[in-house]
Design a protein around this ligand. Sequence first.
Ligand SMILES: Nc1nc(=O)c2c([nH]1)NC[C@@H]1CN(c3ccc(C(=O)N[C@@H](CCC(=O)O)C(=O)O)cc3)CN21
Ligand SMILES: CC(C)C(=O)C(=O)O
Ligand SMILES: [Mg+2]
Length: 285
Amino acid sequence: MAKKTIHDFNQMVANGEKIVYLTAYDYLTAKMQEKAGVDMILVGDSLGMVSLGYDTTFPVTMDDMIRHCQAVRRGAPNTFIVGDMPYMSYQASDEQAIANAGRFVKEALVDAIKLEGGGPMIASRIKAIQQAGILVMGHIGLTPQFMGQIGGYKAQGRSAGDALKLVNQAKLVEEAGAFSILVEGVPSAVGKAITERAGIPILGIGAGPYTHGQLLIYADMVGFYDNFTPKFVKKYANVGEILTNAFKAYADEVRQGQFPIDGEHTYKMKEEEVKEFLTLLESQK
Ligand SMILES: Nc1nc(=O)c2c([nH]1)NC[C@@H]1CN(c3ccc(C(=O)N[C@@H](CCC(=O)O)C(=O)O)cc3)CN21
Ligand SMILES: CC(C)C(=O)C(=O)O
Ligand SMILES: [Mg+2]
């Protein structure tokens, strides 16, 4: 299937078709997701937590993101890929934001970038990157790069006043030129209000069923990442358990000499070569 474009995503919204969005961080996973027909892949800075083992997304660097976006691109050459701008790769200035967004496109051939926030400074960054010719996805609600100010990974927009602020942030991000917005960790009523008022595709993660599409962290929905599981995750498989059992079975068989089996998992040598080999060994004594 041909790679989808923003026109396809806008058409899907017009037709009432949901947009399927998942994160991926490596070649193998991206390949499976493309095969499964996922519409859009996010190489999230959750990479830092899910693949690199940090407790937060803060330590993730541009070089980390570029390397993993390249791997995902190789695995999913025909899927729309969004690169997530890591902490401090766009905050300092519009110029810094354009330069780093440009690296994602130039070095990893992503289709769009995403950045967190809904205030006037972020609106300026979105406008600058968009005017440089790059598609920008906004990200509001539970924004992990603001976790210090939020006070942890907590749902947002749970009071009437905070909910209204999020609706207004979505407007600001859309007006700044974002082609789509990801809304994370908000009550369904807030996801619904933002979606109904938007002129661009609204994607949700933990934002209820009314958004134009859904995102999950792939490692959560297959039961791979187990440090914590957000409330909004549904587990579709238990890959962590399957892999752990496979590793245990391998360990047992190696220890008991049951693996490898000679003749099955081994290289063969012609009979005459073995004979000559033994003679050579003998004559070397
Ligand atoms: N593996 C993984 N999945 C994610 O969804 C995710 C990441 N990592 N890393 C970056 C952010 C952090 N996110 C998180 C992390 C934790 C909760 C969580 O545990 N929430 C609790 C309490 C919510 C509250 O206090 O309001 C929950 O029960 O959902 C939610 C989103 C979403 N993102
Ligand atoms: C949690 C999602 C929205 C994200 O930004 C990421 O995967 O980094
Ligand atoms: Mg992120």
